[in-house]
Ligand binder design. Structure first.
Ligand code: MRU
Length: 340
């Protein structure tokens, strides 16, 4: 694809030039294959979000915005507003934790009675462009927090593939390296979907950023050896009190970082902040199939009869978040509400 809004040679989500299709990079196939899938209605984009074709909170939001732009063009007649509402509900049901999805659906559904398909297309494109701009601002704010050299730990993928482009956590790393800092990244593999092993490693290696892969349980070892100077992760939702939902395993890293007196930074656009959720206890945690844990790449690894459990996210309490970095500025975790 050419002329991508992401600013990279690849993009998680784009709108076709004609405005009639959502184009998603199938992240399930990375790093082995770079294949784009096209979707002509909102229902099929909702399925793609649920099935992890596109993932990462901001990228899900952008895909939903494009889905509603395509749907507006597709629907006609007097019933189109009802059709848009139904499409929005279907998108919202795809994944419950990332609040960017709700944010994008609500943003696209504003004042539909006085909005036409061309305006919704422009609105969706602006959602994408604003996210890239937010990531760049997050990068600039966050880069200043990192030391001049050392190893940064990250979990899951909060990079270009998870956003409109540039990334949140990986945007911080990219901006710091662009500013001359000599940083390396330890990427946790992120069981069971392996976003770290497949996606973070892919996009950083492509950019020439030094990256090494570890299994999730190895992080404490490297903290103990004093190798990790900071943790930088993304977020799926930040509650009003600063509690952070992010990929399962994030909370463990926050605890170990605190035990070793290392900073734990959360980087996220303001569309991930949720003033309507009071605390982390109020965040709905997506429960995915336990079979994603008991099997690996389609092969059963656990004994038949043993069930798996798969909460896709966990909640890191605000007091463990050294700084929350958004495009609006930087605050200690418990002061998140100041940025909402
Ligand atoms: O299940 P995923 O891959 O959608 O989970 C993604 C994460 O947890 C990311 O860290 C988060 O969405 C932030 S992406 C900038």
């Amino acid at each position: 694809m050419s002329g991508l809004r992401s600013g990279h040679s690849y993009s998680a989500a784009e709108l076709s030039p004609e405005g009639d299709r959502v184009v998603l990079l199938d992240q399930r196939l990375l790093p082995h294959e770079e294949r784009y899938l096209e979707f002509a209605d909102a229902a099929s984009v909702a399925d793609a979000i649920r099935d992890m074709v596109v993932r990462g909170a901001p990228a899900i939001g952008i895909a939903a915005a494009y889905a509603l732009a395509v749907e507006a063009r597709r629907l006609g007649g007097a019933e189109w507003i009802e059709g848009m509402r139904a499409a929005g509900q279907r998108l919202l049901a795809a994944r419950p934790t990332a609040v960017n999805l709700r944010w994008a659906v609500e943003h696209m559904s504003r004042d539909l009675a006085h909005t036409d398909a061309d305006q919704l297309r422009a609105r969706a494109l602006a959602v994408h462009d604003d996210d890239v701009a937010a990531c760049r601002a997050i990068g600039a704010h966050g880069a200043a927090l990192l030391p001049d050299e050392g190893t940064v730990l990250t979990h899951c993928n909060a990079g270009a593939l998870a956003t409109g482009g540039f990334g949140t956590a990986l945007g911080v790393v990219r901006a710091a390296i662009a500013a001359g800092k000599r940083l390396r990244v330890l990427a946790c593999e992120t069981r069971p979907w392996l976003q770290g092993a497949r996606l973070t490693a892919w996009e950083l290696a492509r950019d020439g950023v030094p990256v090494e892969l570890i299994t999730d349980g190895m992080a404490a070892h490297y903290f103990g050896r004093g190798e990790i100077v900071a943790v930088v992760v993304g977020a799926d939702r930040v509650a009003r009190n600063g509690d952070v939902a992010n990929k399962i395993g994030t909370y463990t890293h926050a605890c170990v970082a605190r035990a070793h007196d290392r900073p734990f930074y959360v980087a996220a656009p303001s569309s991930t902040l949720d003033p309507r959720t009071a605390t982390g206890a109020d965040i709905v945690i997506e429960e995915r199939s336990g079979e994603e844990v008991t099997s690996f790449a389609g092969t059963r690894i656990a004994p038949i009869g043993v069930q798996g459990r798969h909460p896709a996210f966990d909640v890191t309490p605000a007091h463990l978040v050294t700084r929350l970095v958004t495009e609006r500025g930087v605050v200690p975790g418990p002061e998140a509400a100041r940025l909402m």
